[in-house]
Write a protein that binds this ligand. Structure first.
Ligand code: ACO
Length: 410
């Protein structure tokens, strides 16, 4: 088996191979724009070839930016379109593709790789861990009243408590570059969020509302008329209004958009897709049980490729010191690091001191964005805490200003 990089002229064979791996026929000719594959970066793809030169496996890589805790934005590789023909499975083709791809990510000078996993058991062995999580919130319209925020219910409530903005309903085609601008403001402030390169918007290459599939878009503007949020939605059977994504630059705008869709006429219930776990919207409902949380799922999987660079790149919200012993079995690497956090920034240097926490790189990758507490992985038996109190200290250190969240599909 041989692995070779792809170029533009490989698009058709690449798309055909990945579809055969998934067992589907492409639903449109490859030349037809607007499909997800139009955004593929063919100079970053890989094809695995059998001994006789036929393509048997694929892996794509996108160039994204990821927002880390503390709003630090770094380049990352988004791994996608991974597939091996059913006739060539379980012979190590995926393992070879992963190894080659990770070395290419490092060669670019990047220290993080991310992906969305089709099945959870596949990627842990390659050092990826689930790092952001997502839910779906369903609210029956007749129970959708929002409570007045208690902190603002007093006589000295600030004037800003009420929404002074406006909402306009547009079609996707009428939005111009507004959604792209709003999404970009939102993702720079949201840990775990990925950039959506202009190419994706221009090609209509992702999920709604990036794609050209019919959706109404409620665009929120502030008092000065500047767009600062949108909700992309459609109404289906039985009057279910489904919001594909609610993008807002702050929580007040999110609430204004939620209020708008929850007040829509001829609707029986509103389904908010891609809501971060612990999102405050549920707490804003006057009836706490009105919001039914479903489909709690992993979304972004993260893989650290350089522990010191990764840990010093993110922001931190509590001071402390930890010695981490990190094993990377897939790459055959091992390192012990002194992590010292002061005033929001970390230093991370090799050490031979006794470790506080011993863990696999896949588990450190899960902890990295702050979406899961170290103590949970200690309790699960995956992370070893060497002293009493270490897990609580690690929890305090890794915790972030808000849970990481990602809703970009790629
Ligand atoms: C980011 C994305 O694109 S997600 C999309 C992933 N692609 C798909 O789901 C499409 C359908 N599936 C496939 O194409 C293939 O089965 C793949 C890509 C998942 C696996 O490819 P293979 O070449 O068979 O994997 P490979 O032989 O390298 O296996 C490596 C190891 O992973 C394990 N493994 C591979 N696939 C799976 C799986 N679906 N579930 C559990 N374990 C798996 C293998 O058993 C093997 O374990 P071992 O090292 O202990 O022997």
């Amino acid at each position: 088996m041989k692995i070779r990089p792809t170029a533009d002229e490989d698009l058709e064979v690449f798309v055909d191979t990945i579809h055969t791996a998934f067992g589907h026929f492409p639903e449109a000719p490859v030349a037809d724009g607007g499909r997800w594959w139009s955004a593929l970066e063919m100079d970053r793809g890989l094809l695995a070839l059998s001994e006789d030169g036929r393509p048997v496996g694929t892996a794509a890589a996108y160039s994204f930016e990821l927002t880390l805790p503390g709003r630090h934005v770094v380049p990352v590789t988004g791994v996608s379109a991974v597939g091996v023909l059913p006739s060539h499975r379980r012979r190590g083709v995926l393992g070879a593709l992963m190894r080659r791809q990770l070395s290419e990510v490092r060669a670019r000078g990047e220290f993080l790789s991310v992906l969305l996993a089709s099945e959870a058991p596949i990627y842990g062995r390659f050092g990826y861990g689930p790092a952001t999580f997502t839910t779906r919130l369903t609210v029956p319209r007749h129970r959708a009243a929002l409570a007045v925020p208690r902190s603002r219910a007093s006589a000295d409530a600030p004037a800003s408590a009420a929404d002074s903005g406006t909402v306009e309903v547009l079609r996707r085609s009428g939005c111009g570059g507004v959604l792209e601008e709003v999404y970009d403001r939102y993702r720079r402030a949201q840990p775990g969020a990925l950039s959506r390169p202009h190419r994706w918007w221009a090609l209509g290459a992702g999920q709604a509302p990036v794609s050209s599939s019919p959706r109404y878009i409620a665009v929120h503007r502030d008092a000065d008329g500047v767009a600062d949020g949108y909700a992309s939605y459609s109404i289906g059977e039985g009057g279910t209004l489904t919001v594909d994504e609610t993008i807002a630059v702050d929580d007040a705008v999110f609430t204004a958009l939620a209020r708008f869709v929850l007040g829509h006429d001829l609707v029986s219930q509103v389904v908010f897709r891609h809501v971060p776990p612990e999102h405050p919207l549920r707490w804003r409902l006057a009836d706490f049980r009105a919001g039914e949380v479903g489909e709690y799922a992993d979304w972004l999987w993260v893989r650290l490729l350089d522990v010191p660079r990764a840990l010093t790149a993110r922001g931190w919200f509590a001071d402390g010191d930890l010695v981490l012993d990190v094993d990377d079995p897939f790459l055959g690497e091992h390192g012990r690091y002194q992590l010292t956090v002061r005033e929001g920034r970390a230093a991370c240097v090799p050490t031979d001191r006794q470790p506080d926490l011993s863990l696999d790189v896949r588990d450190l990758s899960s902890l990295y964005l702050g979406g899961i507490a170290p103590s949970t992985l200690v309790r699960a038996g995956h992370v070893r805490a060497r002293h009493p109190g270490t897990a609580a200290l690690a929890d305090a250190l890794f915790r972030t200003e808000r849970p990481p969240h990602c809703l970009h599909w790629f």
